[in-house]
Ligand binder design. Sequence first.
Ligand SMILES: Nc1nc2c(c(=O)[nH]1)N[C@H]1C(S)=C(S)[C@@H](COP(=O)(O)O)O[C@H]1N2
Ligand SMILES: [Mo]
Length: 193
Amino acid sequence: MAVFGGRRREDNPALPPGQHLTESFPVLSAGPTPSMDTADWEFFIHTETGKTHRWNWGQFLALPSADITVDIHCVTSWSKLGTSWRGVSLDTLFAEVETGFDFVMAHSYGGYTTNLPLEEILDGKAWIAYEYEGAELDPEHGGPARLLVPHLYFWKSAKWVRGLTMQREDNPGFWEEYGYNLHGDPWREERYS
Ligand SMILES: Nc1nc2c(c(=O)[nH]1)N[C@H]1C(S)=C(S)[C@@H](COP(=O)(O)O)O[C@H]1N2
Ligand SMILES: [Mo]
């Protein structure tokens, strides 16, 4: 019997524990895909002082953008390596935001929410992505724009993102209320609470 060289796919060092590779791009949505006209789109960051920073689609696209190539990891165990996106860094969006709160709740058109520590979305770790593989982001994958937080399980990457509300405590979002982990680091297998 021939012994083949090379690694078993599941031994790939880019794969977090318990994950397997997929070449396809599965769609995971808890509800219907909202139909969003970019003319009505806006993104907000709301802070504890009552101040709301807002960007409409034109203002958002005028911000400096970045090309990002990252691996993504869904808690249902698929991982997809080397996905490429264009988006606006959360560092850019937070540049003029003053807050003393350490957590955010991400809100999506359609009602989905997910909670994140502020430090997990700053310093080059998260983007609002609006292109995937060089084309505008498909609505079923979160277009016109989605949160992209690739170092955490992909449920944290809110599709159809609408804004972020600063919160004092790490209150749970949609899946976290159902028992998903508050933090969601795939390398530590923080799947459930
Ligand atoms: N608004 C919204 N965002 C969401 C979800 C959702 O149901 N609604 N599902 C999450 C989950 S569980 C995953 S794995 C990814 C899936 O993104 P994809 O459908 O582009 O693969 O989106 C995340 N963001
Ligand atoms: Mo997921």
